[in-house]
Design a protein around this ligand. Structure first.
Ligand code: C5P
Ligand code: C5P
Ligand code: ZN
Length: 462
């Protein structure tokens, strides 16, 4: 019933979009926003419409003015817009919003899963919403991009996809462009050497192994698994292991965690669905949804989203080289961010933890770092965390990123609502999902903002 209604909604909006030409797609600068944009580009290419794109880090009262409405007949916002609909209505005449963020108002040209009883935080991503529109207009073999978007937004964090994401996955499997497997969920199955894959594990942390490639190599060799290939002596990756070797490694990690009294729910995070992108070359980041999403984030968060979009639309060679360079730098930035957190003491209010990284962590990744630190238990999970950093473009402003977990959501926490209400009172702009949200606030109002958020959380927890 719910799904039928949803499809009707999709169809209605798709029909209108099919009438448009000379389009500008405006999307968000992370993996989900980039893949959403790429899906729309694929669609417009197939139905022979002219479309440009612009990727931005957020939509606010200043940068909305930079959208050149005279040059285009229509503006389509993907993976953003539902939280800024009032702003959009004021500034743009002909627009569409295809988004999954918590909406603040209805509009006939807005497609958002919340109006059909779905949760945009877990059931479908921005790329997923774009997928349904593109599919309704006859576009095929794009489910892989939608799955990358959902993985980028961590909608698989419970170990599998449900709901609308599941429908997309099923399409991709049927079309033979996606493969789902229940397996070890460590990052780097395709592209990392075995010791690297274990050494970088953060969700869960592998005590004695995480951060310690030497120990990891020993651990693997003790299982009788060779680190190098027999013929070419090249480092082996997880995908190079034989079936029995994979099983051996999985069992050994399980027992390792069990012996160290790791709580069961953390051990469980080690296993779950993994998604292979069958169009991607084996052994590259393009072959695994999580690795692909990280490459997209690396591009977006370093303000080179165009490269990410072009990798998605298949303009590979030079772009792929550049994307890999950005990935390297992104990892370095994340490592430095986590090191900063390990050596800094967290501040605390009754209802959340917070830290201010100043200019030591870039605003574009401060939320990603906070999320990773949460996963790695550098930040305790009993309260949400707010991560602050200097606004790169405006010295008078601060960027805030907020992260929570499912346990806190169940208790009533909704970060997006909290960011939005607190911002209304300090002349900031914010919003997002229950589990991940953000804001931009005047620096001088930082304390007031933090106290307001503290009160709002108090209310939400009642
Ligand atoms: O704007 P958008 O919806 O694309 O961004 C969602 C953000 O929320 C991503 O940065 C994602 O990593 C984060 N997230 C998270 N934990 C979750 C779900 C999403 O940190 N469980
Ligand atoms: O930037 P960050 O990864 O922390 O963003 C987390 C979520 O909050 C994203 O879904 C983003 O779209 C949203 N956000 C927002 N308004 C802001 C900043 C972030 O809605 N000013
Ligand atoms: Zn998204």
């Amino acid at each position: 019933m719910q799904y039928k209604k949803f499809l009707k909604g999709v169809e209605g909006l798709s029909k209108k979009i099919a009438e448009e030409d000379n389009i500008l797609i405006v999307s968000h600068h992370d993996a989900d926003g980039i893949t959403a944009c790429a899906i729309m580009l694929r669609l417009f290419k197939e139905i022979d419409r002219s479309a440009d794109f612009k990727i931005i880090k957020q939509l606010d009262s200043s940068n909305i003015l930079e959208i050149d409405c005279c040059k285009y007949s229509t503006i389509i916002f993907t993976d953003m817009g539902s939280g800024q609909i009032e702003l959009i209505k004021k500034s743009i005449n002909n627009f569409y919003i295809i988004d999954h963020h918590t909406p603040v108002g209805e509009h006939e040209r807005q497609l958002n899963p919340h109006f059909f009883g779905y949760d945009g935080g877990s059931d479908v991503s921005g790329a997923g919403m774009a997928y349904f529109v593109a599919r309704a207009l006859g576009c095929r073999e794009i489910a892989d991009l939608a799955i990358v978007g959902a993985v980028g937004d961590m909608q698989d964090s419970e170990g599998r996809f449900e709901s609308l994401n599941r429908k997309i996955l099923d399409d991709g499997v049927k079309e033979k462009i996606l493969k789902v497997r229940h397996d070890l969920r460590l990052f780097g199955r395709q592209s990392r050497t075995l010791p690297q894959m274990l050494a970088y594990a953060s969700e869960p942390v592998l005590p004695g192994l995480t951060g310690n490639p030497g120990e990891c190599a020993q651990f693997i060799q003790n299982l009788g698994i060779s680190l190098n290939g027999e013929e070419n002596k090249k480092w082996r990756r997880y995908i190079d292991l034989k079936k029995e070797e994979r099983e051996k490694l999985r069992d050994a990690l399980f027992i390792h965690l069990l012996n160290l009294n790791t709580p069961e729910f953390l051990i469980n995070k080690l296993f779950g669905e993994v998604y292979t992108l069958l169009k991607g070359e084996k052994g590259t980041e393009l072959r695994d949804a999580k690795e692909f999403a990280t490459v997209m984030n690396a591009c977006g968060r370093q303000e080179q989203s165009e490269i990410g979009v072009k990798v998605c639309t298949g303009e590979n060679d030079e772009n792929w080289k550049n994307a890999k360079r950005l990935l390297k730098m992104h990892r370095q930035n994340l490592r430095e961010g986590l090191d900063f957190l390990r050596t800094t003491s967290l501040d605390e209010k009754n209802n959340f933890y917070y830290f201010d990284a100043g200019d030591l962590i870039k605003e574009s990744i401060v939320g990603v770092v906070a999320g990773m630190a949460y996963g790695a238990r550098i930040i305790p999970p009993d309260k949400p965390v707010l991560a602050l950093a200097d606004d790169k473009d405006d010295a008078a402003m601060k960027k805030v990123s907020a992260r929570a977990n499912w346990g806190l959501i169940r208790k009533g926490i909704h970060l997006g609502n909290a960011m939005r209400s607190a911002c209304e009172k300090v002349e900031g702009e914010g919003g997002g999902h229950d589990i991940a949200a953000g804001a931009r606030i005047p620096k001088e109002k930082e304390n007031e903002f933090l106290n307001l958020v503290n009160e709002i959380f108090e209310e939400q927890l009642k």
